[in-house]
Design a protein around this ligand. Sequence first.
Ligand code: PEP
Ligand code: MG
Length: 753
Amino acid sequence: MPTPGLAIRGPRSLLRQIREAMASGGPAQARLNMVVRIIAQSMVAEVCSIYLRRSTDDLELFATEGLNPSAVHNTTLKPGEGLVGEIMRLGRPLNLSDAPNNPNFSYRPETGEDPFHAFLGVPLLRGGRTIGVLVVQNRTERTYAEEEVEDLQIIAMVLAEMVAGGELFNEAELRNVELAPHKPERLKGAKFADGLAYGRAVLHESAVIPSDLLSDDAPAESLRLQKAIEALQLQLDGMLDGHGLVGASYDVLETYRMFAHDRGWNRSLEEAVRSGLTAEAAVERVRSEHRARLGQARDPYLRERLHDLEDLNDRLLRHLSGDGAAVRVLPENAILIARNLGPADLLEYDRTKLKGLLLEEGSSASHAAIVARALDIPCVGRLSGLRDRVSEGDPVIVDGESGEAYLRPRADVIEAVGARMEVRAQRRAEFARLRDTPAITRDGAKVSLLMNAGLAVDLDILNDTGAEGIGLFRTEFQFMVAEELPRLDAQTALYDRVLDAAEGRPVTFRTLDLGGDKVLPYLEAEREDNPALGWRAIRMGLDRPALLRLQLRALIAASRGRELRIMFPLVASVEEFRAARALVDHEIAWAERRGRTAPGLLRVGAMIEAPALIWHLDALLPLTDFVSVGTNDLMQYLFAADRGNPRVADRYDPLSPPALRVMKAIYDACHESGTPVSVCGEMAGRPLEAFALLALGYDRLSMPPSGIGPVKRMVLSCDREAARRGVLNLLKGSAGSVRNEIETLARKLSVSI
Ligand code: PEP
Ligand code: MG
């Protein structure tokens, strides 16, 4: 029996025949029928069928050679239904020797497909979206060879372009075919950065759809490809060699470079070009294959590798188009759409045009989310299926208040969001007017409002907020957005810039708070079952003092005679603080021995985040110059509720008797010992929570920049003594939350919350 397979090796001449069939004129259906016949003949297949995606998301049989012709336009499958639906859901090929015995097989008697065992189906992909499925079938049981799968993928790619490019059908015939999503959709995700934005979608990993897919001159295309690959390799070699990297950071870039030099990758590209594709089309084809292979991987390492490969493909396409080093230009009001973003990606875009960010994956602690918050760009993440549902240029709303994305929103939604944006803008203007007004309560209590920061970009807004200084500078952000461990001079330079930007206002630098959910790709860390309770923050610093000492050295060097405030995160015992402070003393002595300028004034403090410390404040406070309560962590440990897990994070209320009693105990102990105390968790930046803190005695609050205006408005309208009496009364009850009562109290006292 003859082995079925492509009669002519390489799909090139087949593609020519398909093109000719398309150009032959006549009704679309007749041409499509001809196409399936040609493919079936070339592949020695008894069946060849094309399914296209309808606007309902169903797949409809559009043409077939070998199945019952009456099934055409009658047989439909839902995404995930049957083998064809499964291909659409997965976006990758299925190659089965005995399809009817596969558990996903869905028998449709009208098609008459029962005698066919061998089955090969590939998705018709356009811009990473499945717009249809192409299937070949044979009677005999067999597994199609890898080359046959590849060939069918190339054919599918060309067909997808023809269908979408209007070569096959006219508009009327395409009316119900879902080439690109067009219905309004609302996706629910997670809030990563507050705010609202309306604009046009720009795909970050843009599906560069090559305009020319086929080439007549394979040797010339091959030469173009080789030149672009060489340029890419050179670029990466330069990146690697120019940095004097060592250790893990070197390894990461080296792995990336190895991909670019990988023979298998180069060979696949070369083969695709030889089969008659242009170099660009070859890159796209090999990319979809990688996506298909790695995209389903659950292993985070493999998924990261896929990200590297996507990036590499994009770089290669840029080299092919002749602007390898160019940065993408954004249109006005751009909403960036991405699976996830790497460390520096967001910073490369034009900030004035970038209005919002939507991510398919990520977490609120991910790089992109951190940078988005720092840049004040509304961001919603964990929007599953996002990139499949949005096309370049689609109108999009980012609702960072509710954690939702509206794709192609209806006019009434645009209007409603526009009204909310207007209100936000008015409030911003009001807060801007308050910028230079000191935060003093109605009964004359002065309150210091400070800003939390962590990146150089934060410094631009320090003056706009009117903050009295930086109450928490999260130094780990520099490490998280870097691709390699920041060296001493890079750390010193950042701290120096921060102190310059503060122009004499106090800045509290928190030493590295890594570990937990803040992992660095270039620092090896063991997986832990319980990272929030694991080897993180000061624990890491004390066990690996070289890293902490380097940082202290940079801080001391940057201070150059100015005031230096250093704070240690997650101190859980007095001993830990003593050991950390000894490292500071050691580094000061080291600098002095070398004749370096010492800090004009040195203040060393601890964060109160671990509950155990609260019962040892009498021993701790005499050793500290100040403390700051990190309520984000303190609350998670008090209530044993992971702050990053939405199922439990919102289950307990910091405005509850136990939490408020703890906050009061801390304040009272500090007050008694004369130790300055602040609150620097998110709680300090919410007017109602800040109102309660004020009532408990706190008068130093450090918060995200967006909180300063609203909290100042609250302070200005508050009678602190009346608030104190009211809130202390509420600490006694048995309720799980006294939020409503505190709100009622605030309203009664005419406090703006
Ligand atoms: C906190 O835990 O409250 C805090 C301010 O630190 P981070 O949020 O960086 O853990
Ligand atoms: Mg913390």
